[in-house]
Design a protein around this ligand. Structure first.
Ligand code: GLY
Length: 378
């Protein structure tokens, strides 16, 4: 494909998103077109750098390109790593004529994105997501951040990329549990915006659980579904890029998910936490009368078909979870707020507000019903 000019998706975004098998071979060309620059700082983690980062860096002029790596893992998405990367770029001589190319999953996209957002008040950024989660969620929408001990993504900036390059072939090297985890965000996109898309995702869930063994056209179908998710996310962020209202629907499942991740010291995959968070938050929606009984089981069904967890882990203390929800970005006056579904494809928007305050008692009862003994949906 090198040399051929791939077409971006037609999306309502101020930057181009490419999604096509093999498009990784055109990253140099796409980056130079979207963000012409003198230097190129490719930022990746050490594992992804070996698999993809070095080959991508090789698409740029060797004397003006450097590959910067951090160790893999959510625990690396810190202010310290941001400072180290920033210092390394300064020592190298990077200036405003430098483009940052982020090659990795959500951690790298957020961390390298925050470096780009803040370095000399902003460098152009090209996102090259290598995980399913980053392809369908983190790479699109311009959020960049690092975590703090109080919670995830609490220090960050909005900084749109100049281009996003999604090559579903990069998923071939992704561990199965990480691929499956990213699928939780695709289920979320169906719940928050698009019932037919939810059905398509549900139909494909078994193939994700089996890692494609039961789906001969896995690659083509996942590419179509990734495109569907990107369209849903693009429509949301185009309408509300700064999360003043509507964009909060992308947080469905995440208030509980972030609390679970924090209580478990980030020792589970983000999408796994989102899967159980969506089921618990759908239970909250049912218990306050926003959603009809059965919604949480429909979501649990999709989650379980994909082999994702629908229940909270054994031994987790509900009071710790409740306390952790109070550090969520949507919290106001110390009270947690939730973006909740009315049904598949429809979110609550009472009085133009896309997140509602819920009492700790209601949340605790939903968490209790989502414990390790909750009934299976399938
Ligand atoms: N991942 C949620 C958002 O981009 O708003």
């Amino acid at each position: 494909m090198a040399g051929a000019h791939p077409d971006p998706l037609a999306l309502p975004l101020p930057y181009s998103v490419y999604c096509r098998a093999g498009v990784r071979q055109c990253i140099g060309e796409i980056a130079q077109r979207a963000a012409p620059s003198h230097r190129v700082a490719v930022i990746s983690d050490s594992a992804v750098a070996r698999l993809h980062g070095e080959a991508i860096a090789a698409q740029f002029p060797a004397d003006r390109t450097r590959l910067f790596t951090v160790p893999p893992g959510e625990q690396e998405k810190t202010r310290n790593r941001w400072a180290e990367l920033t210092d390394a770029l300064l020592e190298w001589g990077a200036g405003r004529d430098t483009t940052v190319v982020a090659v990795g999953g959500g951690v790298i996209g957020d961390l390298a994105g925050f470096v780009a957002a803040t370095f000399m008040r902003g460098l152009p950024l090209v996102q090259v997501p290598t995980t399913l989660l980053a392809m369908v969620d983190a790479s699109v929408g311009g959020k960049t951040a690092v975590d703090t001990p109080v919670g995830k993504n609490l220090v960050g900036a909005f900084h749109n990329p100049s281009a996003v390059v999604i090559d579903p072939e990069l998923l071939d090297t992704l561990p199965h549990d990480v691929l499956r985890s990213g699928f939780a965000e695709m289920i979320k996109h169906g719940v928050i915006a698009d019932a037919p898309y939810f059905d398509a995702v549900l139909h494909f869930a078994g193939a994700v659980r089996d890692h494609g063994a039961s789906a001969p056209n896995f690659a083509a179908t996942i590419t179509t579904l990734i495109t569907g998710s990107v369209r849903i996310k693009a429509d949301v962020v185009a309408a509300d890029s700064r999360e003043g209202g509507l964009r909060q629907i992308l947080n469905f499942g995440h208030t509980i998910a972030h609390a679970v991740e924090r209580v478990l010291n980030f020792e589970l995959l983000h999408g796994d936490a989102v899967a159980m968070g969506m089921v618990a938050e759908a239970r909250i929606a049912e218990s306050i009368g926003l959603a009809r009984e059965g919604l949480s089981m429909a979501i649990a069904d999709a989650v379980e078909r994909a082999g994702l967890p629908s229940r909270l882990p054994a031994g987790i203390r509900l009071d710790d979870l409740i306390a952790a929800t109070h550090g969520d970005k949507k919290a106001r006056g110390g009270a947690a707020r939730y973006s909740l579904p009315r049904g598949i494809g429809a979110m609550e928007a009472a009085e133009g507000k896309w997140a509602v305050a819920v009492t700790d008692e209601v949340v605790k009862s939903a968490l209790h019903a989502s414990g390790p003994d909750a009934p299976s949906a399938i």
